[in-house]
Design a protein around this ligand. Structure first.
Ligand SMILES: *Cc1c(COP(=O)(O)O)cnc(C)c1O
Length: 413
């Protein structure tokens, strides 16, 4: 086999995602990474095994170019390592990534890794349903103090931070689901830096990242993803990712991941790895489709209101959007006249977009948040989040936008 040239100079993310993390020489010349479906690894020597354990337990540090023996697939495995290496260039200012077997696994591990006993969590509201349940059903019963402030309300966030002396984590979800209300990442970072405890700032970047929003560049410590959505892109794999500028933070998460046993397995790592080179292509196409559709639907009298970043009217929301988002993305929420009955009729009539939860895939999906994804919210919480009975969330895919627009228009009746 001829020598494989290694790309050693700095390249752009689209190139790095296809050139780093995998050396074909280690896999009989395979051009794409094989799936290493094994639960355990043969040590090169008893000494190497001893050293690998000492490194895994944090007793010693590996040297910079050391090839540490793998131990056991719950700790790490080649497909996870390849995927993690290739994810890093996609997130600006990231130096390390850890992959998990779902977005919730990533979020739960991040919360346990960053919150010490007796500390407080401050988060924007609304949160993804699973994250909100985790807070209520796991963190609060364990004694953590948790406070939520409305998305986009920087003054409320700053005031809450001052009231929480043991604040260790600020978690932002921006844009918020399903109304796309945005929270100012740079402002939350400034609040954290002023706080005596210097809490960490984590951003759930699932809706616009890694292509259109870059929290680490704005000073956030951690970004977390449901890779089930845009990174996976085809609604066929569950996965989660955490990335950070500080590689030690990611190492801590990997340590906890080994104990929870929630690493992404080899097959899923391989599937996700094969999707990374197209995430920018897909998200750009999906965002362009959505923008064309949203701007046309906005003029339709059968729709009461539309929530979409390029159509924001609130000056503060527009300011945040312009400061931190490159493109509006492919999610929107439309308020249909006729309340719940009107929304259900719309969903029933759709022929191209399917009535399903989840988002970010190449196929368009629609759902009714009030009766599904957000049905656990109280009437007051629904009102505060702007989730009305007539609201339908749309995730726009890569179909032709004119076909989708025609589908939505016929479904409006
Ligand atoms: C889907 C989603 C999650 C949870 O991810 P899973 O992969 O379903 O576990 C977390 N946050 C946001 C914003 C999501 O959309």
């Amino acid at each position: 086999m001829g020598a494989v040239k290694k790309v050693t100079y700095r390249v752009r993310p689209e190139t790095a995602v296809l050139t780093r993390g995998f050396d074909p020489r280690l896999s009989v010349g395979a051009a794409r990474p094989p799936v290493y479906r094994t639960s355990t690894f043969v040590f090169s020597s008893p000494e190497a095994a001893e050293r690998a354990f000492a490194i895994a337990l944090g007793k010693i540090r590996p040297t910079d170019d050391e090839d540490v023996d793998l131990i056991y697939a719950r700790l790490s495995h080649p497909n996870a390592e390849i995927l993690e290496d290739q994810l890093v260039p996609l997130e600006r200012a990231a130096h390390a990534a850890a992959v998990f077997n779902s977005g919730m696994a990533a979020i739960a591990t991040l919360l346990f890794a960053t919150l010490a006993r007796g500390s407080s969590l401050l988060h924007t509201q609304p949160l993804y349903g699973g994250t909100q349940h985790f807070v209520h059903q796991v963190l609060e019963p364990l004694g953590f103090q948790v406070e939520g402030v409305p998305a986009g309300d920087g003054a409320a966030l700053a005031a809450a931070a001052e009231r929480l002396p043991n604040l260790e984590l600020i978690l932002l979800e921006t844009p918020a689901n399903p109304t796309l209300r945005m929270s100012d990442i740079a402002h939350a970072v400034a609040v954290a830096r002023r706080h005596p405890k210097r809490p960490r700032v984590a951003v759930d970047n699932t809706f616009l990242g890694p292509v259109f929003q870059h929290p680490l560049e704005l000073g956030a410590d951690l970004v977390v993803y449901s890779a089930t959505k845009f990174l996976g892109g085809f609604s066929d794999v569950l996965a989660g990712v955490v990335m950070a500028g500080d590689a030690r933070l990611v190492s801590e998460l990997r340590g906890l991941r080994a104990l929870f046993g929630n690493i992404l397995q080899a097959d899923e790592s391989w599937i996700l790895d094969s999707r990374l080179s197209t995430v920018g292509l897909r998200m750009n196409r999906q965002s362009k489709n959505a923008q064309k559709i949203a701007e046309r639907l906005a003029a339709d009298p059968r729709i009461e209101r539309i929530h979409y970043p390029s159509l924001f009217t609130d000056p503060e929301q527009r300011r945040i959007r312009d400061a931190q988002c490159d493109f509006p993305g492919s999610l929107m929420a439309i308020e249909i006249r006729g309340g719940k009955a009107g929304a259900f009729e719309f969903l029933r009539r759709l022929k191209i977009a399917r009535d399903a939860v989840s988002l970010g895939g190449v196929e368009s999906l629609a759902c009714h948040p009030a009766s599904t994804t957000h049905s656990e919210l109280s009437p007051a919480e629904l009102a505060q989040a702007g989730i009305t009975e007539g609201l339908v969330r749309l995730s726009i895919g890569t179909e032709h936008w004119r076909d989708l627009l025609a589908d939505f228009e016929q479904a409006l009746g």
